[in-house]
Structures are given as C-alpha cells and as structure tokens.
Design a protein around this ligand. Structure first.
Ligand code: C5P
Length: 394
C-alpha cells in the first residue's frame, strides 16, 4: 500500500467541503495510512466529530482545553509524517499566515515538527481576494504546500476557482508528496495503451491493452519529479496528475507524436501495444456486406517506433516492453538486441494483460532481474528505480 505506515494529522476547518474530508479519511486508511483528526469549532457545524471518530477509529480532537493530553498541540505532530488541512478555509489560511495559535489546529500547525499541506476550499471571490493571495504567498514562503484548489461549480452556486480538490486527487497529491524526487529535471516520454488501425469509418484493428501499466509508469515518473509526456492510444482512464497526455489513434499518429518529442527526452519508455499491421487502404465509406463475399483487407507493416527512437543520433535512454505467451527470456532478450535498447521489461501475457497486477522480469546487459508479482503501481516504481540506476552507471 502506497501510504503504508504513514501517520497523518487530518485537520478539518469550517467549510461545506468538510463532508469530503470523511471520504478522504477512508481513502487514507485504504492506502495504509493512519490518521488522527483535529477539527476546528466551525468544522463541527458542518460534520459531526462522531463521523470522523468512527472512520478514524480514534477520538477526534476539537478543543485545546479538553484534549486528553495537556500537550496535545505538541505531542500530536511529533509522531506525524504530515499535517493535511482539508478543507482549509480562507480564515484558517489567514491564521496560518499570521502564525496564530488560537485553537488546537492552529496551535499544532505552529508547533509542528513535520510538513504541512493545505487544501483550500472557499468561494471564488474569497480565493481571488488580494488578502487571500497575500496569505497564500506567505504560506508558500514558509514552506507550506498548497494542494489545489480546483475550478468548477461551487456550493454557493457561483462558478470559478476555489473548490477543494476531490478526495481522490488529494490522496494522489499526498502519495506524490511522499515520493523522493529522484527524477527531478528529467524529461520522460512514454507510449501506452493500444493503437487503433482504421479499416473504414467505424471499424478497425486493435487489441486489449488497457493502458494500466503504461499509465502506472507515467504516474511513477511524475511522482518522482520528472516532466512527463504520455502519448496514449484510445483508453478510458484519467491522465495521472502532472502528466501531459496526448491522445492518438493509429501507430502512424503515435510515431509522429513521439518523434516530435523524442530528441529532447532523457528517457523513452514504450509501453504501448502497437499494432504490427494496418490496413493498406482505409475505406472512405463503411464497407457493406455483399452476399457471400467477405472483403479482402490488405495489411502493411507499421513502423517500429521504439527501434526508430533508439536509432536517433543522440537517443534518450530507451526502455521497451515484451509481452510474450512463451519463451519469455529468449524472446525478450532477442527483442532488446534487435531494437538496440539497454532495457526491456518482459512479462507473460497470461499474467499482465488487462489486470491490475503483473509479474515482470527486467532484462538488461547484466541479465534478467525478476521482480515479485505486485500491483502495477509498485512495479512501475521499481522500474523507474532500475532505469535510474542503469543511467547513473553509464
Ligand atoms: O516488436 P514488439 O511489438 O514485440 O516489441 C514490443 C516493444 O516495442 C514495446 O515496447 C512496444 O511499445 C514497442 N513497439 C513500438 N512500435 C511498434 C511495435 C512495438 O514502439 N510498431
């Protein structure tokens, strides 16, 4: 689990978005973190402490004077990995900027010995007010991390910036926050998903790649601080946070999008299941059934995008994937040599295609390095670490 063992102090302040903090609490627990909830007095007017107590399995702290420990404002953060205040109101942000300690949450934020993150939630006018802008600038200078806000329709009916990030996005941001920035300053280019090779306006050749592995690698690279561009075939999944996604359909479109960007990339990871062949002619109109005579579709070979990038005069560090149904080691190593790349990730189709977990072997000059079966998110992190180690050796 991605936040295994992390101890979070979850601060909740008086905004209608407080109800989303309850969902966030569940997500934190699901990711392996333990949370201690501290609410301001105003927050308790929106959601009762009993909700947070039940979800965190621990009493909620609301009052500086009623706390079970006389030094709650000190003790709570000494054992914490981070304080996340979500939602953080304009008033709470103002109090943080001033270094006030007029309730338990403000006092423990001031006395903290761990990072502090805030997820603002307020009306768009409050967000745009020069006073709030000033206060946020002070928070930034003080090393406090601001997550969001998002734009959209607000509880008050107005539309604009100031909505708290959704709980899933806050969890993502927290996972990224805790990831060491080992790829800072590096540009990573990836391909992911299937390609779709049109036959006529409604039909085509494609495959069952879900994009899960490629998106997980893009996410791991972004979390490690890289500038990530993901050239994706047609899949229905959201782009990972901080990743620039470019949608393409065919192998030729994927090739063009990649070659445009490959020269400036430090690392190129080809995860896409690119169709080997495409129709020589795409019928401009829908092919009609003609009694008893199936149409003939002539196929031509698609270019090998990975091999082309690896053959550039100054290629990025190139990584391929080899999904095989048998003879994994032989086929993967042959592919690595044929494409002239330093690293290939081999997996058996029976184990990796479509699902959330995978079992892979990393093949490089030193041979095969099997990784234990694991969620693709974890394999992606291990892959990025292996790439970095190989690059540092070069
Ligand atoms: O040759 P094969 O398709 O088995 O190689 C798989 C690897 O090469 C994957 O990394 C895949 O993304 C990449 N590839 C490519 N362009 C192709 C075919 C495969 O980039 N036309």
């Amino acid at each position: 689990m991605e936040l295994e063992g992390k101890r979070i102090v979850l601060g909740v302040t008086g905004s209608v978005a407080a109800y989303k903090a309850a969902a966030l609490l569940r997500l934190l627990a699901g990711a392996g973190a333990t949370a201690r909830v501290v609410m301001t007095d105003a927050a308790t007017r929106f959601v009762g402490p009993a909700t947070f107590a039940a979800l965190s399995g621990k009493p909620v702290l609301t009052d500086m004077w009623a706390a079970d420990s006389p030094m709650a404002h000190i003790d709570l953060t000494r054992a914490a990995d981070a304080i996340l205040v979500a939602p953080a109101t304009a008033d709470f942000i103002a109090r943080l900027a001033q270094g006030r300690a007029d309730d338990l949450l403000a006092a423990l934020s001031l006395a903290r010995d761990c990072p502090l993150l805030v997820a603002p939630a307020m009306n768009r006018q409050m967000w745009e007010n020069p006073a709030t802008r000033r206060n946020l600038e002070i928070l930034r200078q003080d090393g406090i991390t601001c997550l969001g806000p998002a734009a959209g329709v607000q509880a008050c009916g107005e539309e604009g910036e100031g909505r708290m990030l959704e709980p899933e996005a806050l969890l993502e941001a927290l996972c990224a926050f805790f990831t060491p920035k080992s790829l800072a300053g590096k540009k990573v280019l990836l391909t992911a998903g299937p390609t779709f090779e049109a036959i006529d306006p409604v039909r085509g050749l494609t495959n069952l790649s879900s994009g899960c592995m490629g998106y997980a690698v893009a996410r791991a690279a972004a979390q490690a601080g890289a500038e990530v561009t993901l050239v994706s075939g047609p899949v229905a999944r959201p782009a990972p946070m901080q990743v620039l996604r470019i949608f393409v359909q065919s192998a030729l479109e994927m090739r063009a999008a990649v070659l445009q960007r490959a020269a400036e990339a430090d690392i190129f990871i080809a995860v896409a299941a690119v169709a080997d062949y495409r129709a020589e002619q795409v019928a401009p109109q829908k092919l009609k059934k003609s009694a008893g005579v199936p149409p003939e579709i002539r196929l031509v070979q698609n270019p090998d995008i990975l091999a082309e990038v690896a053959a550039l005069p100054r290629p990025p560090f190139c990584v391929g994937f080899a999904a095989e149904s048998e003879h994994l080691e032989d086929y993967a190593q042959q592919k690595r040599v044929r494409k002239n790349i330093p690293l290939i990730v081999g997996n058996l189709i029976q184990e990796g295609f479509g699902g959330e977990t995978n079992r892979v072997i990393l093949f490089d000059d030193a041979g095969g390095h099997p990784l234990p079966a694991a969620p693709k998110t974890q394999i992606a992190r291990q892959l990025m670490a292996h790439i970095l180690a190989l690059m540092e050796k070069k």
